[in-house]
Design a protein around this ligand. Sequence first.
Ligand code: NDP
Length: 326
Amino acid sequence: MFKAILIDKKDDKQHTQLTEVNESALPKGDVTVRVAYSTLNYKDALAITGKSPVVRSFPMVPGIDFAGTVTESSHPSYKEGDQVVLNGWGVGEKHWGGLAEYARVSGDWLVPLQQPFTPRQAMGIGTAGYTAMLCVMALERNGVTPDKGPVLVTGAAGGVGSVAVAILSKLGYTVTAVTGRQQEADYLRSLGASDILDRAELSEPGKPLQKERWAGAVDVAGGQMLANVCASIQYGGAIAACGLAAGMSLPASVAPFILRGITLAGVDSVMRPLADRLQAWQRLGTDLDIAKLDHVTHELALHDVIRTAPSFLEGQVRGRIIVPVA
Ligand code: NDP
């Protein structure tokens, strides 16, 4: 038996509890992992609260990412004792995830734990931080370099935003951090933000073409905020869009695309091919200041996860929440 958070549905009502599960209930997979750390991501909070139909089959163990040690493997790339990391692939949505003492997955979904990270640090980064790195790589691919001008990060005090600010500032970019929480200004400056912008300034409908202010942006918000960001990007600039914290819609015009040649680069972390994952994790090893990572990371006990999930969706959580499991 092992401890797991289990989401079940009966009579169309979702129930979530921390419980004991028999190992024989683990799903199919060629690698079994003793989970050391998992995390609480935005998507996990949606799954646990049932606020959005993230979970596709029941019962489900949530947790879209984990780091741990292989206990059994018939996969050619992994053997007992290897330290591994998992992000995405529908784990915690349609395949049992990381908020449990054990996980069994396809070895094709795993990434070997990269230097210089411990499992704890890897989950301090987690899916949010790995997505932030993918966003920075998307900006680079689209020609956004530090000399082109300042860059913007929305939802800056959240998980993706905090890590994006830290990476961009280490790479030499001048970073403007957008936040709805002015009380987090000092935190954002400590991560490397030069300027803090109130979320309200980008939340109202604006002109299709606004003053050219930023060479690039990492956007976790979507909605009206992303529309305003598009309208404010400099000629030839780019935006990496990965989230929907402000909404699913995009009430924008084509004007910045056809008159300023800007690029909107979508970023998905879930189904990303292995080569990109490895590159992102290796880049995190060089481009993220580990001291800043410690500043971003907070621990939450497994037995407190269910109770904390709603506050996550209210945008009250700063940085990254890791869950020690072992
Ligand atoms: P967090 O909840 O940690 O951060 C989101 C931040 O967005 C909040 O902290 C807040 O920052 C800001 N925010 C909240 N509400 C609004 C609003 N109405 N308008 C503008 N900003 C708002 O979540 P994560 O960082 O983990 O994830 C961010 C987004 O990215 C989510 O939508 C998530 O689903 C998505 N995501 C996508 C991935 C992908 O593969 N594409 C992978 C990982 C995440 P502040 O208080 O500073 O304003």
